[in-house]
Write a protein that binds this ligand. Structure first.
Ligand SMILES: [Zn+2]
Length: 287
């Protein structure tokens, strides 16, 4: 295959041809000018040495990110994703129905009719494209706001995420949407961070929503939707802000490494909690 590339551009590295969601794209590496973020808070260690200012960000379903102080970015994400998920789900169900009917029908005229009804492909593709564009815009806007409203040297984000929990939406659609939108957020954030010369650290997200950042107790019951209320020390916070704070703590916890499984992480957290209880003479809640 021969492809004409635009002239006047100097290519000195490998160009990748990437297939992504039905389209072919060229990935061309090029240098970007780094524009440092303005107003990053200056921090010093207890020994008076300059340190990096770090912000924890929790990826949500209802918003793009929440920072460790509870600031939300891209709050339109949830509603738009939900609308998108519903129409995808409906479409897949319809398509299955049509396909079965098409297979079972012997009548040629009927077969033709089914095919015609089923193939509103162009309209459907346009609708999908609109959703995707809107979602991409929400993500872009949110990330720009993060850099403006909470500038930092380092951002700590989660490594893996669970599937979205969306009531009534099939697992297939949830899986598709989760990986797509997370890919977009990750890619955009990584790129923009690079243009500002800031770091992104990924930490395992295990138990970040269930763990108390104060005493370290992990329990599902600590979290009730938006509210976090520790069953052990009764520390209270907004659930998402709490999650972001836990990510920040996990980045500083030297024992927490990428590649550890949930059980290993839980065991580390349990030990920390028991240590806290012993130090403060509290009876730990049984594991
Ligand atoms: Zn606690």
């Amino acid at each position: 295959m021969v492809i004409d590339l635009p002239s006047g551009i100097h290519f000195d590295r490998t160009i990748k041809l990437v297939y992504d969601h039905g389209g072919l794209y060229f990935h061309v590496p090029h240098k970007v000018t780094v524009q440092p973020l303005k107003n990053v808070p200056q921090v010093v260690t207890t020994k008076g040495k300059p340190a990096l200012y770090t912000v924890g960000l929790d990826m949500g379903v209802s918003e793009v990110y929440v920072d460790d102080s509870g600031k939300q970015f891209g709050t339109r994400l949830g509603k738009t994703l939900w609308d998108y998920a519903q129409s995808l789900d409906k479409k897949l169900r319809e398509r299955n129905k049509f396909e079965t009917a098409y297979r079972l029908t012997k009548n040629k005229a009927k077969k033709k009719n089914i095919k015609r009804c089923n193939l509103g492909k162009k309209v459907w593709d346009e609708k999908i494209e609109r959703y995707r564009e809107t979602l991409k815009n929400i993500v872009n806007e949110a990330i720009n706001q993060i850099f403006k409203q909470c500038p930092a040297d380092v951002y700590v984000v989660e490594q893996f995420s669970n599937l979205f929990s969306m009531k009534g939406i099939s697992k297939k659609v949830r899986r598709m949407l989760s990986s797509w939108i997370r890919g977009i957020i990750d890619e955009r954030f990584t790129f923009k961070a690079a243009t500002h010369g800031v770091w992104i650290i990924h930490v395992p997200a295990s138990y970040s929503s269930q763990r108390c950042p104060f005493c370290g107790h992990v329990e599902r019951g600590n979290r009730n939707k938006d509210k976090f209320n520790c069953c052990s020390c009764h520390h209270q916070a907004h659930s998402d802000a709490n999650g972001a704070l836990n990510l920040l703590l996990a980045a500083h916890e030297t024992k927490i490494k990428n590649g550890l499984d949930r059980f290993a992480i839980k065991a580390i957290y349990r030990k920390e909690y028991e240590k806290y209880c012993k130090k403060n003479r509290i009876t730990p809640i049984p594991a």
